[in-house]
Design a protein around this ligand. Structure first.
Ligand SMILES: *Cc1c(COP(=O)(O)O)cnc(C)c1O
Length: 387
């Protein structure tokens, strides 16, 4: 028996995600590092945090990485470090984890929701440009499901409209856009290392990456009580407490050397899914030209999503929905939404995330595809693929 995220317990032949297999690979190294950290009693900051920050900046092809407490804080502090706050509008796609919009509100700014591309479900430059007003100060490009947005086109729009661009790369560790790494495609890149992400800690953690030393310094200060780099009890800014701790940094260091292999395994699984699902009526979300997705999630669309989900559950195949309610429909954020966003709203009814994790076997993928073929016997084809 396994514990599901929603708290239900049942026999699962194929889990949605298998963190234990990843942890088995790093367990010995993490144990050794944690013993060393416990002996030194050096829990906040210290050499593991510095080593991870250097390694993560290098991995992302950026000059600076600043470890923070989680991905939501990474976004909030990045916006604040860019000088964005009260009265500023920040463009955010409606189809994302709620944290993207939450961080805008936490920074004191106003989220302006835009729709997403009907094929990729990722935000596009055209949708952003149409939402720019005199008060727009920034856009957060979310690399949803592991697929980077079209950052060249978004960069051009941002330049024309003088917007700062923040990447929400919380689902896109190691993904590339035209050969360049997610996190290196705009002014600032933000990552979450929540346990279920492609690079996950044993708890909450996050990072901000940038090539701009002033932004890096401001994020570091804001994340550490606005502390001056010159003196421990001099506070230049009003900040927060959102630091990466040494125990988590040690986990991330141990996992980072395996990230590329794990992402490659995810891409192989995605390929097997595409081939295996081709004869069925369900449609995988498209991956754009020039994108190398990190496949944090493998998302398909189907008209009878809830029926398919229930049928797979009865075959002990776990699935997820990312996300069942778009951000602009969430009670806490509805006051910021002024118009319907039909693509995101329709997608929320049709999307289903299939099991996806690096240690998933080809047999398991085959079993999922076989079950989908059995369940969706052509009834979607008859209704057509529009919408
Ligand atoms: C996970 C996630 C976040 C938030 O990260 P936390 O570490 O949970 O705060 C933000 N944006 C997206 C797209 C995410 O998937």
């Amino acid at each position: 028996m396994r514990q599901l995220r929603d708290g239900a317990t049942r026999n699962i032949a194929i889990p949605f995600l298998d963190l234990a297999a990843m942890h088995a690979e790093v367990c010995a190294q993490v144990n050794a590092s944690w013993q060393r950290i416990i002996q030194r009693a050096d829990f906040v900051g210290g050499s593991d945090v510095e080593d991870f920050e250097h390694a993560w900046a290098a991995y992302c092809d950026r000059r600076y990485a600043v470890g923070v407490g989680n991905g939501t804080d990474a976004l909030q502090l990045a916006l604040q470090a860019l000088g964005i706050g009260h009265g500023d509008e920040v463009i955010v796609p409606a189809n994302t984890f709620v944290a993207t919009a939450e961080a805008v509100v936490a920074a004191g700014a106003i989220p302006r929701f835009v729709d997403v591309d009907p094929d990729t479900l990722v935000v596009s430059a055209g949708l952003i440009e149409a939402a720019v007003t005199a008060r727009t100060a920034a856009v957060i490009a979310v690399h949803l499901y592991g697929q980077p947005a079209d950052m060249d086109a978004i960069g051009r729009v941002a330049q024309r409209a003088k917007l700062a661009v923040v990447e929400d790369a919380a689902q896109a560790h190691g993904a590339t856009w035209r050969g360049r790494k997610a996190g290196s495609l705009a002014d600032v890149g933000c990552f979450s290392f929540y346990p279920g992400k492609n690079l996950g800690a044993f708890g909450d953690a996050g990072a901000v990456v940038t090539d701009d030393s002033a932004i890096a310094e401001r994020v570091r200060s804001l994340a550490d009580h606005g502390r001056s780099p010159r003196s421990k009890y001099i506070h230049d800014l009003v900040g927060v407490n959102s630091r990466l701790d040494a125990l988590q940094a040690a986990v991330l260091l141990a996992k980072l050397v395996r990230l590329d292999a794990w992402n490659a395994a995810r891409r192989r699984i995605a390929h097997l899914y595409r081939v295996g699902l081709a004869p069925t009526a369900v449609r995988p979300v498209k991956i754009a030209e020039g994108v190398c997705s990190a496949f944090h999630l493998f998302v398909i669309r189907t008209h009878d999503r809830d029926g398919l989900r229930a049928a797979l559950a009865s075959r002990h195949i776990a699935t997820g929905i990312h996300y069942p309610l778009p951000c602009h429909k969430q009670s806490g954020l509805r006051s910021f939404a002024d118009e319907p966003l039909p693509v995101a709203e329709q997608a929320a009814q049709e999307i289903l995330s299939l099991p996806m994790f690096p240690h998933m076997t080809a047999e398991q993928v085959k079993e999922v595809c076989g079950a989908i073929a059995q369940v969706s016997t052509g009834k979607d084809e008859m209704r057509g693929h529009a919408g």
